[in-house]
Structure formats: C-alpha cells, structure tokens
Design a protein around this ligand. Sequence first.
Ligand code: UD2
Ligand code: MN
Length: 478
Amino acid sequence: MISLNRKLPDVRDAWCKKEKYSQNLPAASIIICFHNEAWSTLIRTVHSVLNRSPRELIKEIILFDDYSTMKHLKSNLEDYIRKLPKVILVRSARREGLIRARMKAIEYSTGSVLVFLDSHCECIKGWLEPLLDRIAKDPKTVVSPAVDLINDNTFQYTPQRANDLRIGGFNWNLKFIWMLMPYKTQLKRLNPAAPIKTPTISGGLFAIDKEFFEKIGLYDEELDTWGGENLELSFKTWMCGGNLEIVPCSHVGHVFRKKIPYDKEDASLNRNLLRVAEVWMDDYKKYFLERIGNPRIYLKDVSDRKKLRDDLNCKSFQWYLNNVYPQLEIPDKYVASGIIYNIGQRLCLDMSIFDGDIKFLVQALPCHYGGGNQYWIYTKQGHIKRDEYCLEYTGKVLQIFLCDGSFDHQRWLYNNMTRHIKHVKTKKCLQISKYANQNSDFDFTITVDQCASPSLPLQQWAMQRFISERLDPILYTH
Ligand code: UD2
Ligand code: MN
C-alpha cells in the first residue's frame, strides 16, 4: 500500500546541505542486480534513483536480472520500465550469483563511475553528489553511503544520525560487522558529516571508479552466490593503494531482511571466504580456519588472484591490520580458544545465534569439534566470548550479550587446578544441571551456582588451548 514513488524526508545533516560539490562530477552507471526481488521494493529502488538524482549524473540504470523465476519479473517488468528514462534491463541466461552478476552488468555500463545498489533500496535527496565528489577528487577512493534502515515489516525509514555513525569491520568468522567509530577518530573529525575512513564496507551499496575497479581485478569470479566479495574489495582497496570511506552526507536506505529468500549455504559462503583469506590474509588466514573448525574445503586454484596481488604490489595483511583496522583483536593473545568442555557430563558449552531475531541460547550439547557454535575465546580480561558476544551472568540469569569491557558481570576466572569457571562478581561457578523442563529436547542446561569444595565434576571444565600465564593477575585478586 505504500506508493512505489513514495517521498522520503531529507535526513541529511544540516552541514551537508551547505556543502558545495565539484561542478564537473563524472556521470555514473547505476547497477542493480536482482534475483527474485519483490515487485514493490525493486520498482521503488528505481524510482528513488530517478527522482532523487540529478539527471546529468546518471548515464544509465542497469537492472541485471540474475535468472529470476518469479512471474512479476517477466513481461510486467519489461512493460513498466519501458516508460522510464535511462533504465536498461539485462537478463542473465543462468544464475550467476550476485558477485558474477555484478561483473556481467558492468559490461553494459558506459559511465566512468559505477554505483551499485541492492534491489531493495531507497535513495535520499542528495545521495549521489557526495559519492561522486569523493571519486572525482581521487579515483582510488571507494565510497559507501550511510546505509539507513528500512524496516522489513513496516517499511519505516530510520536514518543513521551523523553523530551515531557506524563504520564497517569484520570478526574472525569473517562476518561483516557495524562498529562505532573509535573515539580518537571522532575527535579528529572536522565536522559530523565529513567522510570517514572505514576498514570494510557491507558491500551492497558503493561507488567506485570503473578504471580503478578494473585495475584491482574487479571481483574474484570464483566467488559464488553470496558473500565474501565485500571483504575482498575492502582488503584490496586498502592494501593496493586505495581508500575506503563512508560518506555520511549520502543516505541510502536498505531493507535488512531477517531471512534471505534464496539458498545461502554455509558451505559456499565459507568457500568464498576461504578464497578471500587465502589470497589476501597471509598467515592470519589461520585464525579464520580455526574459528570455523578447520573444515576440509576444496578450493579451485587461486594462483591468478595471488598473481594479481603481486603484480599490483599490494601491501601485507599485517600492514592493513596495523594501519586500517587496529581495533581488531588478534587471537594469538587469548588465554584459551576452542571448546569449553564439561568434565562431569562430557558436553560442550554451545551458543547458538538465530540471526533473524537475534536470539541467543547457551546450552550444553554433545561436542562436535567443528568450531562454530562451540568455539569460544577466553580473554586476558576474563571474557568468555565469541566474536562480539560475551557470556554474562546478571546474578539472576546466564545470558549472552554484546561485550562491554567495563562490565563486571561479564568477567570469569578459570582455575585450571580446581577447573572452576568462577563468575568474578558473584563468586559463583558455572555448572551443568539437569533440565527442569520435562518437555525440553535436551537433558542438561547450564546454570550458575555456589562453588562446591571439593569441586564437583559438574562444575569442572576444560578449556582448549589454555595458557594460564596470559591471564591478567588482577582477576585473581577479586
Ligand atoms: C549484504 C550486501 C549485499 C552483498 C552481500 C554479501 C548491503 C546492504 N548488502 O547482504 O549487497 O554484498 O552482503 O555478498 O551491503 N542477488 C543476485 N543473485 C543472487 C543473490 C542475490 O542478483 O544469486 C542480488 C539480490 O537480489 C540483491 C543483491 O544481490 O539485490 C544482494 O543480495 P542480498 O540483498 O540478499 O544481500 P544482503 O543485503 O543480505
Ligand atoms: Mn540487500
């Protein structure tokens, strides 16, 4: 019921409206790949580009149909776009996956700058000029807008505010994450909406000089279906002499869906990520492998991608981490990493995350030794965590929460003599208990209780790769 042509408020920071951009901005080809996209979201994307971009800055809008099967995307779509200026529809003869689809679409572009959008976006007034301006100033700069939230139930538009802007990072699972900017960077900023350097971009919405993109080898064409290409692009942009930025004056909304409407197998995602790691991450690749449980994955030859990296004389991943992403914790400093094993019941501490509704579950399950939900890190400061999430005990409930270095509820002390995992604040112990709920699928649950002395097997744990010398002595004094 929402108009395909809906108006959206100008959510830009006041400073952006005064900003003057170069008079000779390059014209862009807008590339929108889609596979089985809903009608309304796809059409709204196109209208928002047409309505809110200066005509002369758009060479063409390329709609690249990645072998959709839905009926509304057939002749209906052709009829509809015939009435729209500058829109070209290209159909793929086979399913390419979003990465190769983008590369195929580029072949139809005539602009010197490429702007990629997902097929469920809405652009806000003034979105295009600041992106093109950065590239006009330096063609080695790759830019992403502030990606605003379009609610997938209500389609309400929630902008990112300039003073609460997120930049891109990743964790050792090689999953993209949004992060607050480091405090030091914030202090150095000239104004709240100035472009900001980012270690990575989420990957769907960005502008890049076509020649520069070609020079750095577009994408690895062996990347299938979905994922990994954003890290490939982010790493090589930085490592091969470019800059990656978020331009807060450019606002584009994106529908963040809880569920992806096509198969997104973990195996193919991990294969993509492993290719990227193999080519770009040097020795650091091992931390990703450990995180995903060292699976056997067959990789097609990557030597031509490595050659590309050599030919371009790109810097090392170590350089990237030191200079671009110093926030990332390197796993070699951890006190323990791997499984946390209960000696009494021979079960493993397991945390599942249901991405859709962001729900977490801490459980005791049979060990599968495959990393994933049973992979834990125990840090110097006493955090038991995976990626950004920490095990926390509030005094009442045991749960998983975003890690907060200053938060006492998230600190645990592991003693490898008694094998207790003691909650520092309450001095209680992590243990396995029988599940009270008869209907549960599982027999055991994890609780926090008075520490028993002498210690009980149900309160005894083994942590993989435990190196006690790395623990902060302060923890013992609590
Ligand atoms: C994010 C990116 C997305 C892409 C992906 C990782 C944003 C906002 N989105 O996930 O652009 O970088 O991470 O790869 O940064 N599509 C095809 N063929 C396929 C599958 C998808 O054309 O086989 C299209 C799809 O219709 C959409 C685009 O590719 O327009 C991105 O897919 P997505 O929206 O499912 O990805 P998203 O936003 O979850
Ligand atoms: Mn998307």
